[in-house]
Design a binder for this molecule. Structure first.
Ligand SMILES: Nc1nc2c(ncn2[C@@H]2O[C@H](COP(=O)(O)OP(=O)(O)OP(=O)(O)O)[C@@H](O)[C@H]2O)c(=O)[nH]1
Ligand SMILES: Nc1nc2c(ncn2[C@@H]2O[C@H](COP(=O)(O)OP(=O)(O)OP(=O)(O)O)[C@@H](O)[C@H]2O)c(=O)[nH]1
Length: 442
């Protein structure tokens, strides 16, 4: 099930970053060992009670002049409206109500998205409460007083946030159409691919069951089966600031990927793979989605019998953290190999939802252990007792061991490779949890 998205909007200096960092804790999104992947605090996974959500900071306003601030705030608000399930509109009790707050509030109100009016810097509830009431004048509901710096009112605010999450679990389960996000840098050919796949049959559905977002999803029927494509193309913002554009493109990618089962990462064959591609791919990898790397514009490059091999080598090098990803070479212009995308999507979906019986898994693990001794430290050797699959999308396993500390990354990767040798799992990452179990329980 896709996680709800909560976006933070507000004027400079009201405390957005402080709140973001507080909520994100140490769970700021960073793909480890992935050069070039974003270390900016743009999005983070947050958990409150039993609910998980993705928090987005639409932020980054340079406070040079009032005009610019207002236009950038509008921009931020629009991004939030486009992508979020719940919007946190942050104001500042010390600065009080200002004109741009009112204008942005109008924009948010018209969007009919759930908006929570948060009044920050209420470091002393008794002292500042009368000032908080002033914010009723914005006409977007009851102000929620918090202090991000002193961690006051945060729990009540989060209770309010999760109340507004769409209760779509049931509908989503009933909708078994594969959902495919097409992501990639500007101009790599995302729209062209969708248009070519659509061909004659143009069915656009804007109201996909189970989502509250008004993003346009496209349904395509192929071999009597329906697929839903989530498009991030053409939604570019006009901002002239490079960082702004990049932030927006990351937010679009995160929100599209969040809703998808499979992600098609489109790369421009003419340009070759770049760090920006790696950044985008990292988002899909982190979230454990099924992945197909689609090298587009294959028609436009000169080829000899080594070209594919060289290309694959380079893609694998830059995206070394996702060796499981499938690669396809296509042309949206000529349509070359595009129909095969559907077969590939089917295979990856199957692998994402594959369940392996516990008995078979344990046989594989024991065999692997017999072939290569587990690591040891200070005379104590890692012992592996038991493995079982606990989830799908991505396939998730729990391994019970005597001592977690002894499980090295390299040994875990060795086990993963053995599992892949046996079952394939092409196109999907695998997730492992290592748990300790007392020896005598064995
Ligand atoms: N008194 C008080 N100060 C706060 C609180 N939260 C944040 N601040 C201060 O307000 C200032 C701005 O906070 P930031 O979190 O950087 O604000 P921002 O909205 O992210 O600002 P921009 O990056 O300019 O958009 C900092 O000096 C914070 O220490 C609070 O709850 N109480
Ligand atoms: N030669 C060649 N050109 C292509 C192919 N696919 C797309 N193009 C061209 O690449 C350019 C960008 O294509 P789009 O489909 O608009 O790219 P996009 O990724 O949707 O771009 P944004 O909307 O900016 O994100 C257009 O000029 C296309 O004609 C292809 O397979 N071969």
């Amino acid at each position: 099930m896709s996680k709800p998205i909560v976006a933070i909007v507000g004027r400079p200096n009201v405390g957005k970053s402080t709140l973001f960092n507080l909520l994100a804790g140490d769970k700021i999104s960073i793909v480890k060992d992935t050069p070039g992947v974003t270390r900016d605090r743009i999005y983070a996974e947050v958990n409150w009670l039993d609910k998980d959500f993705t928090l987005i900071d639409t932020g980054g306003i340079e406070p040079d002049s009032q005009d610019i601030i207002l236009s950038q705030m509008r921009e931020q608000a629009q991004i939030a409206i486009d992508t979020a399930d719940v919007i946190l509109f942050i104001t500042d009790v010390r600065q009080g109500l200002v004109d741009s707050d009112a204008k942005v509030a109008d924009l948010l109100r018209r969007s009919r998205k759930p908006v929570l009016l948060v009044v920050n810097k209420v470091d002393n509830f008794n002292k500042f409460l009368p000032d908080v009431y002033e914010f009723y004048n914005l006409g977007i509901g009851e102000p929620i007083p918090i202090s991000a710096a002193s961690r006051l009112g945060i729990g009540d605010m989060l209770d309010e946030v999760v109340k507004h999450f769409p209760s779509n679990a049931k509908e989503e389960e009933e909708d078994d159409r594969p959902r495919i996000a097409i992501v990639g840098k500007p101009n790599v050919g995302k729209s062209s691919i969708i248009n070519k796949l659509l061909g004659e049959e143009r069915v656009i559905v804007s109201d996909i069951a189970g989502t509250t977002r008004d993003a346009i999803d496209t349904q395509i029927r192929h071999n009597k089966k329906d697929y839903v494509f989530i498009d991030t193309a053409g939604l570019r913002r006009k901002s002239k600031i490079k960082e702004e554009l990049e932030r927006y493109s990351i937010i679009r990618t995160v929100t599209a990927v969040e809703r998808a089962d499979i992600v098609l990462i489109v790369i421009d064959a003419i340009e070759g793979i770049t760090e920006q591609d790696a950044k985008i791919a990292g988002i899909a990898h982190e979230r454990g989605k099924g992945i197909v790397i689609v090298v587009n514009k294959w028609d436009a490059i000169e080829k000899n019998n080594k070209t594919t091999k060289e290309y694959e080598h380079e893609v694998r090098r830059v995206l070394s953290y996702m060796p499981y990803a499938q690669i396809m070479y296509v042309s949206a212009l000529t349509g070359q190999r595009l129909p095969k995308l559907f077969d590939m999507i089917d295979v990856v979906i199957e692998n994402q939802t594959l369940r392996i019986a516990t008995g078979v898994l344990n046989e594989i693990m024991m065999e692997a252990v017999a072939m290569q001794q587990p690591p040891s430290d200070k005379g104590k050797r890692l012992r592996l007792y038991y493995i079982t699959q606990v989830g799908i999308k991505p396939p998730t396993f729990v391994i019970f061991v005597n001592d977690k500390e002894l499980m090295h990354f390299s040994y875990q990767r060795y086990l993963e490779n053995k599992i892949r040798e046996a079952f394939g799992f092409k196109g999907t990452s695998l997730k492992f949890f290592i748990r300790e179990r007392k020896e005598k329980e064995k």
